[in-house]
Structure formats: structure tokens, C-alpha cells
Design a protein around this ligand. Sequence first.
Ligand SMILES: *Cc1c(COP(=O)(O)O)cnc(C)c1O
Length: 339
Amino acid sequence: MTPTLADIMAAARVICGVADGTPLVPSPHMSGVAGHDFLLKLEIAQPIGAFKLRGALNAVAGLGNVAGVTCCSTGNHGRGVAWAARERGLRAVICMSELVPRAKVEGIRALGAEVRITGRSQDDAQAEAARLVAEEGLVEIPPFDDARVIAGQGTIGLEIMARRPDLDMLLVPLSGGGLAAGVALAAKTIKPGIRVVGVSMDRGAAMHDSLRAGRPAPVDEVPSLADSLGGGIGADNRLTLAMCRDLLDEVVLVGEQDIYRAMQVLYHEDRIVAEGGSAVGLAAVLTGRVRPAGPAATIITGRNPDMEMFTRVVTGQDVVLGDLTVRGSVYQGGCVDGP
Ligand SMILES: *Cc1c(COP(=O)(O)O)cnc(C)c1O
């Protein structure tokens, strides 16, 4: 069933005191670029360093007595599920592909969960999770296409609108669309006129392609600075495709060079360590692809990047992503042009 604002408000009560109340801070630099207040919702302040704890807590809270939980994940969802399972004393098995950065794998193990690395795509990881459900009786917590997960992520929208009801636009990093669907549902139910824009990387933008096609589109999974935005939306997507179609005003794409630059801006101007998937909202504005007409906010979704890659980006070195090399350029403040 498609979630409603009431489900998001119920989720807010579930996560209260654990995963709520992250800061919403102004970015002076980005406000200058945008010409209006530009705010950052800092989900990096979550106990797992990413917003996914909201949806995972809400989903796990809805379970009765179960043998344990499993999921497939590009990293942060697995961390959220591992955290939520530990809190309830449940076994957790997290299935991931080889593309997931090592830091994320270690973060999940540190929470006491088992990790299964299978294949080179989210689909392979998904197949392993399905096997664990069938053979070991674990309950799957989907990373995005689940009403409770969507409602949990939607609490971010509630918090933003409560603090800044004057906002004109929200820029939401977009992969499977659980975050965008939940946030857009909350924001637009409260304020129908607000613009909600999804932002993805241009290499393997699953939701963008699926919205175009009108059905789940297969994507190539290639290495990206925004690794947490990789993966398909699921061939039998039930909720997020329709919700993103109905609730998002627009989906824009940004390139790897744009994400590189936005990560530098976030680090050097706002002093924030965040993964590439968190920087796409800034990239959309920095490239001029999105021009806010009033106060705007984006969600800094996670702070769990591969630290070697992160260090290369913020120090201006080249980054090799499979067959693509992002040319380095040392950050020299707001007036420097990209290469
Ligand atoms: C999961 C994730 C996203 C995208 O969320 P979806 O619900 O899959 O669209 C964005 N940023 C980070 C850091 C994430 O972990």
C-alpha cells in the first residue's frame, strides 16, 4: 500500500530520540551561488552517518517475532538495517555487490551483522537476499520499495518543513527513490506548491530512465563518485516508480566532474565530509541545471565515502572510475572554473 502523511507521522514517533532531529544549516557559499537561502539537511549526523537508519528503524519496528532480517544494499541501507536489528537483538545478514566501498562493509560488520558479497551488481546481491528469505526464513527489509521504509525516509521532509515552511524547493538525491518519494510526499502534502527535484548521476540513473520508459528500466552499474546512487529500481517495482512519477517535479542528472566539484565545495566551503551521492543537489545548482526561485534545501544524505577516493577529490587529484578518469583540479574558491 502506498504510504500517506499519517504513515510518515507514525514513523516520526517510531524513530523519535534515535534517528530524528538532524541539523538543518545554512550554506553561505551555496546561498551566494543560488541567490537565495540554501540549506543543508545534515543526515551525516545520524548514528550510522546516513539517513537510511530512519527507514530501517521504522521497518524493523513493524516486524513481529522473526528469525532475523536480511537486505541487499549499496552500503548505507545495510548499515541502517544492521543497527536496527542490533537494537532489537535480531540476526542480520547484509548482501552486497563487489562495487560497495570497503569502508561500508567494515561499518556493517562493526555493528555485528553478517556480510555476504556476491557478484558485481545489486541484482546479484538481491538474489542472495531472496535465497536467505526462502531457505533460512529471514525477513527482507527492502532498501527503498517498501511503505515503511518510504515513510521512515519521509520524516526528513516533515522535519525540514517544520523548520522552514517558507522553502520553495527541495533537491533530493535520487536512486531507488525511497528517499525522494517519502520526502516529496511529506513536503507536498504540507505545502503543495513546493518544487521537489530528484537528482541522480548521469551514469546509470535508474529512476530517471524508468520514468522516461514508464516502467522499470535496466541500468548498467558502473563505478561512480556517487556509489550510493547506483543500482536499478527493481523489475517488479511496486511503489517508488509511481510515487516519483506523481510527486517529483523534475529529475536532473549531473556528471562525475560536477559531483567531484560539488564534493570539493561541500568540503572546502562548508567543511563537510560527505559521499558523492550527497553532493548531487549542490552539483545541480552549481552547474546551473537547477535555478532556485526562492529558499531551497538539499539533503546531505551520508558521510560514508571510500576515504581514499574522498581524499583524492578534496585534494584535487585525478580519480579513476572504471573506464572514466575524472580530471583533478585543486579547489581554489568559488571563482575557479572546472577543467
Ligand atoms: C540510499 C542513498 C541515497 C538514495 O536513496 P534512495 O531511496 O535509494 O533514492 C542517497 N544518498 C545516500 C548516501 C544513500 O545511502
